[in-house]
Design a protein around this ligand. Structure first.
Ligand SMILES: [Fe+2]
Ligand SMILES: [Fe+2]
Length: 193
């Protein structure tokens, strides 16, 4: 699925379901981070109108996802906990190129974003297929579709602005790195945990 090297063990959904308040809190902050990342890309690449437009669209969608998760938390009588750190994302960020040309860093930031979308999409699929709660299963199905579109947008932009970056080669490196990294996860009630 989406080129991912390692698929999530479906039993992770049982861990998630055992603590819905925690997974929903973690998820809410994932959406907040996704919105922030899209705004970051606008801020740093304002000369590319297509990037500005597409990232503003994604930022709006991620903010809407954030709002929807918070609404579910409220509706179920849970509390939105404090912002959760995302260790997986921080580990991915270490792999992103930051020391080469400005454009190389930009293209790699797009690939970093595509990577998170791909894994989030896969995790949402696992939730949609395995949660016993029908309302949440449907919610995660819809989000899976949305994040798949974001994945395509990020990868498409990376190809468009590639210049001297060999995107296919670099994307293969990202998939390889992520495939190793994700082996340490899948054991806790967090979207990327
Ligand atoms: Fe989202
Ligand atoms: Fe997304």
């Amino acid at each position: 699925m989406l080129g991912l090297k390692l698929l999530t063990d479906p039993r992770w959904a049982n861990i998630a379901e055992s603590n819905l308040e925690e997974i929903l809190t973690d998820h809410a902050w994932c959406e907040q981070k996704a919105a922030t990342n899209a705004i970051y890309l606008v801020t740093n690449n304002s000369e590319h109108m297509e990037v500005v437009e597409k990232m503003l669209e994604i930022a709006a969608e991620e903010l809407e996802h954030f709002r929807q998760v918070v609404a579910i938390i409220k509706q179920r009588g849970y509390t939105l906990g404090r912002e959760r750190k995302d260790d997986y994302v921080n580990q991915l960020l270490k792999f992103a190129r930051k020391d080469l040309s400005r454009n190389t860093s930009f293209v790699d930031r797009l690939l970093f974003s595509a990577m998170i979308e791909a894994r989030s999409c896969e995790r949402f699929k696992v939730l949609s297929r395995n949660l016993k709660d029908p309302e949440l299963a449907k919610f995660y199905y819809d989000l899976m579709v949305s994040e798949a579109t974001h994945y395509t947008t990020f990868l498409g932009l990376a190809r468009k602005y590639a210049e001297d970056v060999d995107v296919d080669k670099r994307w293969a490196e990202w998939l390889e790195y992520e495939g190793q990294l994700i082996q340490s996860y899948g054991k806790s009630e967090a979207i990327h945990g």
